[in-house]
Design a protein around this ligand. Sequence first.
Ligand SMILES: [Mg+2]
Length: 205
Amino acid sequence: MKTGDDIRAMLLAVADTMQANRDALCRLDGVIGDADHGIAMAGGFRAVAEALSETAGATPAEVLNIAAKSFLNAVGASSGPLYATGFMRAAAAVKGKDSLADSDAATLIAAMAEGIAHRGKAGPGDKTMLDAWGPAAEAASAHQGGFAETFAIAADAAEAGAEATALMQARLGRAARLGARSVGHKDPGAASAALMLRAMADASN
Ligand SMILES: [Mg+2]
């Protein structure tokens, strides 16, 4: 069982991870984008962490909606509305629950992936964060265990998905302008998605 405070702890862990990986994500984005992805993710989750500092006792859905709103307000880059939509979908999927069961882990991950796919209009193989979130959602739904176990399985799939983006040619966003030159470089959005899921898995133990 996970409460809103547990979900908050998972998001605070993501904030720490994004801060620690901020420069690496910027370097990754610098190869095929505009070098700001680490700044967007670290800044966005710092805002989430600050917004969640006075939410003790909030429900999981309330925590996720606060995360959505604060991330959107803090991030002007494309990842802002994508993660805001993902978090809002995740909130809607567990609305009204005071605590979450093991099976809700896969529900949350699937809702995040659906929200991101809907908002970004990306498909599999477009070399975006969806190439991490899509496999993560599939793996989580197919191999459900405890909360931490399900998130760890999703993180494994997201890491493999992020690695696979190196072989893809970008079809969306700034990287698409590079055409075939985008091949050979991992997508920064997929890389940060994998970091996010790993941090959430580790923090839900
Ligand atoms: Mg960028």
